[in-house]
Design a protein around this ligand. Structure first.
Ligand SMILES: NC(=O)c1ccc[n+]([C@@H]2O[C@H](COP(=O)([O-])OP(=O)(O)OC[C@H]3O[C@@H](n4cnc5c(N)ncnc54)[C@H](O)[C@@H]3O)[C@@H](O)[C@H]2O)c1
Length: 273
């Protein structure tokens, strides 16, 4: 087998939640360029359809499906439609997720100020928003006779960041779930089923731009702290994730399961001294 075969994704059916996000869009466009068939799953039809149309305009294959990953009923409704149109899927990427302002402890606050509703929402989105799609779509992976699940973790999972208590806990749960599911699927369904996670480091996106940079582009105190803790001395670019993404979705990683791969410019390796 040549190395080209190992990484071949042509015709691979990938069901992808959160594909219209900043990182998700870059990942989805790249996978479509590799010949994968993208089944885009999102809440907002306009956004999903726009990405689907962009992929098709660029010569790729894509379909749009609408569901909320925190709502089991909406996932259960969309599953038969996907099944009738595609039969099975080979890859499930769970990229819907993110932090929420209410689940953050601001500098002038303490843990006692934690908003329980916001905490519940951030746990629901990041943790249950991964658990529920796995539960809903595992039957489609099983029909494929093999497949891989890719979850999205964060640096906050292994090294809880100040302030973002809810998000950090939820992403830690994703790392744990990734290991748990890896064992469950390989032992109950066979060695051709794999579950891994990608842990992006700090990527400058619209969500965190004001936290990390001032209007003139200079770094805030938090941005400075992060860069000084990143041996590669820069924020990540969405393109930086693509190599690890390709590897984890393809047969090139066929003996890899239960891992969280950091793509972080060395952030998690650096003690700070
Ligand atoms: N951006 C970063 O620096 C960074 C760093 C580490 C980890 N992450 C993680 O990477 C993943 C993607 O991040 P991003 O920066 O692209 O985020 P983003 O906010 O740009 O995109 C999130 C996506 O999830 C979708 N989504 C949100 N709630 C949903 C719901 N209930 N049902 C269905 N879809 C829903 C949104 O529509 C959007 O497509 C997230 O899990 C995030 O936590 C991001």
């Amino acid at each position: 087998m040549t190395s080209r075969d190992l990484f071949d994704l042509k015709g691979t059916k990938i069901l992808f939640s959160g594909a219209t996000g900043v990182l998700g869009t870059s990942m989805a466009l790249y996978l479509a360029q590799q010949g994968a068939e993208l089944l885009l799953l999102g809440r907002t039809p306009e956004k999903v359809n726009a990405l689907r149309d962009q992929i098709i305009a660029e010569g790729g294959k894509a379909w749009g499906y609408y569901a909320d990953v925190t709502d089991e009923e909406s996932l259960a409704k969309v599953k038969p439609l996907i099944e009738s149109q595609h039969g099975s899927i080979a890859v499930l990427i769970n990229a819907a997720g993110g932090n929420m302002p209410g689940a953050v402890i601001r500098p002038e606050q303490t843990f006692l100020d934690l908003d329980s509703d916001a905490l519940r929402q951030v746990m629901d989105l990041n943790y249950l928003g991964t658990v529920f799609p796995v539960k809903a779509f595992l039957p489609l992976l099983l029909k494929n006779g093999g497949g891989t699940i890719l979850n999205i973790s964060s640096m906050a999972a292994s090294r809880p960041m100040t302030r973002v208590v809810g998000y950090a806990s939820a992403k830690a749960a994703i790392d744990n779930l990734t290991k748990w599911l890896a064992v469950e699927l390989a032992t109950k369904h066979g060695p051709s089923y794999r579950v891994n996670a990608l842990a992006p480091g700090f990527f400058l996106t619209e969500q965190n731009r004001t936290l990390l940079t001032h209007e003139d582009g200079s770094l805030t105190q938090r941005g400075t702290q992060i860069i000084s803790h990143t041996p590669m001395n820069r924020f990540g670019d969405p393109d930086d994730l693509l190599g690890a993404l390709h590897w984890l979705c393809s047969d090139a990683s066929k003996f890899v399961t239960g891992t969280t791969v950091a793509v972080d410019g060395g952030f998690s390796a650096y003690s700070g001294v």
